[in-house]
Ligand binder design. Structure first.
Ligand code: CA
Length: 222
């Protein structure tokens, strides 16, 4: 896969490039926001590892411009420790996930693998751990027992299946459920997610809560 690493810290950028190259990726580097913006306009990447604090235009602006062009490239944002607002802002602007500095190379590699996996479209029949989802027939089985889902729970499940390992904001979730019910409040979404969780969690799948923002389906779609 082609990955662009955007980071002005020389040591960090070398470490990231070495690790991702070892993992078999073709890696390019940009040490300023403007260079990153230029490369993103002229080259195709599967994933961008994007630092927020850059010497000229910051990572938020690079991300904003990328999403303004409707690019679907996956973006993993790097933020300073405890900068909760940066994480939320990054996700609002369309980042797919974030890592808080300092992080281990192993953690970075795991996040990158997860993000690259999610670009695969969900198959007609989907199975992970004890969960089997027949997308066409809209049937769900947990440890081989049929589970009944309401239309809202099914819509939610479909949304998660289509975007595994990707953080979804409550707004994004509300938008995709609007077809079923208008004017959904964030509280209502919490209720639906928790009902869906209760029905399928014994299968060993996990819907992670991203506090103050939304949810992420963990487990891929293989
Ligand atoms: Ca930096």
């Amino acid at each position: 896969m082609r990955i662009l690493v955007v980071e002005d810290d020389a040591l960090l950028v070398e470490g990231l490039t070495a690790a991702l190259t070892r993992a078999g990726h073709a890696v390019q580097e940009a040490r300023t926001g403007r260079h990153a913006d230029l490369l993103l306009r002229t080259e195709d990447y599967d994933l961008v590892v994007l630092d927020i604090g850059l010497p000229d235009i910051d990572g938020f602006e690079v991300l904003r411009r990328l999403r303004a062009r409707r690019a679907t490239t996956s973006v993993l944002v790097l933020t300073a420790r405890d900068a909760v607002e940066d994480r939320v802002h990054g996700l609002d602007l369309g980042a797919d996930d974030y890592l808080t500095k300092p992080f281990s190379v192993t953690e970075l590699e795991a996040r990158v693998r997860a993000l690259l996996r999610r670009s695969v479209a969900p198959p007609a029949c989907w199975s992970v751990a004890g969960l089997v989802v027949d997308v066409a027939a809209k049937r769900v089985r947990v440890h081989d027992k049929p589970v009944e889902l309401t239309p809202r729970e099914w819509a939610l499940l479909e949304l998660f299946l289509a975007r595994p390992n990707r953080v979804l904001s409550k707004d994004q979730i509300a938008e995709s459920l609007f077809a079923i019910e208008e004017g959904l409040s964030p509280n209502a979404i919490e209720v639906y997610v928790s009902r869906l969780r209760t029905k399928i969690e014994s299968a060993g799948v996990h819907i992670r809560t991203v506090r103050g923002f939304g949810y992420m389906w963990e487990g891929g779609n293989e």
